[in-house]
Design a protein around this ligand. Structure first.
Ligand code: NI
Length: 158
């Protein structure tokens, strides 16, 4: 495993649409392992492949219940609403308030190409929306209602 460089908001690669994964091979497995290591090292809860300059539909997440790898994720259904603070490893030092669905159902493939469905709520639902947005070149700053300023951060950080 190896750490990958996380690219930042100025990089136009973050604005591109990622392509589906077609080969579930050793190269994909290496990418997934590297992405997980890179995410944990950066203390993130999610990382999408375009953030390490790979334009493929691959995300990793860990919202506290263990590592989840999603390849070619698709949102099937959303319900409800939550408003909360969000950050991004590609936008260091900033946070914003973002409205997301409270409940998300998604389908995705695992590292071997097997299809799964997941029902997620709260933070995991938020994380799935944030990470799948990355795959379409969308960042949270595009959809946030407002920036969170430093003097507020102590109240909102959890
Ligand atoms: Ni992000």
């Amino acid at each position: 495993m190896a750490l990958r460089k996380i690219i930042c908001i100025e990089d136009e690669l973050l604005r591109k649409k990622s392509r589906p994964v077609e080969k579930f091979d050793e190269k994909l497995h290496r990418l997934l392992d590297d992405m997980a290591e890179t995410m944990y090292e950066a203390n993130g809860v999610g990382l999408a492949a375009p953030q390490v300059a790979v334009l493929r539909r691959v995300v990793v997440m860990d919202c506290g219940d263990g590592l989840i790898e999603m390849i070619n994720p698709e949102i099937i259904r959303t319900e409800g609403e939550q408003d909360g603070p969000e950050g991004c490893l590609s936008i260091p030092g900033r946070r914003g308030m973002v409205k997301r669905p409270m409940h998300v159902e998604a389908r995705f493939q695992d590292r071997n190409g097997e299809w799964y469905e997941i029902e997620a709520e709260d933070l995991l639902a938020r994380c799935i929306m944030h990470e799948t947005d990355h795959l379409d070149g969308r960042l949270y700053v595009d959809v946030m209602s407002r920036e969170i300023f430093e003097d507020e951060l102590e109240e909102t950080e959890d």
